[in-house]
Ligand binder design. Structure first.
Ligand code: CP
Ligand code: NVA
Length: 339
């Protein structure tokens, strides 16, 4: 397997073997890190991190992953660079491509990350766009593999806004890896038809299945993994909250929903999660909508505090795995000499 020079814009561009290879490389790098075995294969390399939206996990994963590999990083945040204001994405791509060995991009448009890849001449990593979040899926699948020992045939159930970056990318990942993906949401929040059709074609090759359910209780039945994400994604206007709470409050992942899943089911979330009153947004939502929607009055939105703090929840291992998997992506794209 040789992924040198490859960008990661969406998992649609990767074969099941390539995805499995990156997960296994991450597993190896994780073991090496835990054992204190250095893996500085990228001494002398430099990557740039371009963020148009905020981040905790993705930024830290790219920074720590790079430093562990001996690679230097430059961070350009939502303000402070010329991109988009005084300079086009195409020009930015050519400037950065001349200085850096790789570019990470988090932003709004998938077409922007595609343009960076087209014009920079170096590998580009999608650190989240409105449409896809591929590096998150690698971490999620490493976590599932650690818990169950395999990916194929896992019954994977996603609650919430299934047409956002997470819903889309998880459906693609499950289709690629022969898993059984189910979205549980009102119909208008299911992934778009063209993407479903594309994933159904992939599923024919891999033995995956895709299904869609509106009943929150029925949806959980026999699931190995229950996954959810925020109801309102970064970049969406604040006034979407009421509409989304109305549509999704019945899909909050609660102990009742976890009880319908299989006995060994795990709970996953890409994070950040709203599960209490200790965030500004959680407090605001509780104050504004708690009266009309009693299950959000304690700032618990997509998941209850009880579920996220339960033994079934693997969210913090999942978060740590962002680093090991992103490290694998950087290494495999910038070197073919690390065996
Ligand atoms: N899951 C995730 O991408 O988190 P950040 O927004 O903190 O990077
Ligand atoms: N759907 C979320 C994912 C955050 C990691 C968002 O785009 O805000």
């Amino acid at each position: 397997m040789n992924l040198k020079g490859r960008s990661l814009l969406t998992l649609l561009d990767y074969s099941p073997d390539e995805i499995q290879y990156l997960i296994n490389l991450a597993k190896r790098l994780k073991e090496e890190k835990k054992q204190g075995i250095p893996h500085r294969y990228l001494e002398g390399k430099n990557i740039v991190l371009l963020f148009q939206k905020d981040s905790t996990r993705t930024r830290c994963a790219f920074e720590v992953g790079s430093y562990d590999l001996g690679c230097q990083v430059t961070y350009l945040g939502p303000t402070g660079s010329q991109m988009g204001k005084k300079e086009s994405v195409k020009d930015t791509a050519r400037v950065l491509g001349g200085m850096f060995d790789g570019i990470e991009f988090r932003g709004y448009l998938q077409s922007d990350v595609e343009a960076l890849a087209e014009f920079s001449g170096v590998p580009v990593y999608n650190g989240l766009t409105d449409q896809y979040h591929p590096t998150q899926i690698l971490a999620d699948f490493l976590t599932i593999q650690e818990k169950f020992g395999y990916l194929k045939d896992i019954k994977f159930t996603y609650y919430g806004d299934a047409r956002n970056n997470m819903g889309n990318s998880l459906m693609i990942g499950c289709a690629k890896m022969g898993m059984h993906f189910k979205a549980v949401a009102p119909k208008n929040l299911w992934p778009r038809k063209e993407l479903i059709e594309q994933c159904q074609e992939i599923a024919k090759q891999t033995g995956a299945t895709l299904s869609f359910e509106t009943d929150p209780i029925k949806g959980a039945k026999d699931s190995d993994v229950i996954y959810t994400d925020v109801w309102v994604s970064m970049g969406e206007p604040k006034d979407v909250w009421l509409k989304r709470i109305r549509e999704l409050h019945a899909y909050q992942v609660s102990p009742e929903i976890m009880n319908e899943a299989s006995k060994n089911a795990i709970f996953m979330h890409c994070l950040p999660a709203f599960h209490g009153l200790d965030t500004e947004v959680g407090q605001q939502i509780a104050l504004e909508f708690g009266q009309d929607y009693p299950n959000v009055k304690h700032g618990e939105l997509e998941v209850t505090d009880k579920v996220i703090e339960s033994n079934q929840s693997v969210v913090f291992e999942e978060a740590e795995n962002r680093m090991h998997t992103i490290k694998a992506v950087i290494l495999a794209s910038l070197s073919d000499d690390y065996e």
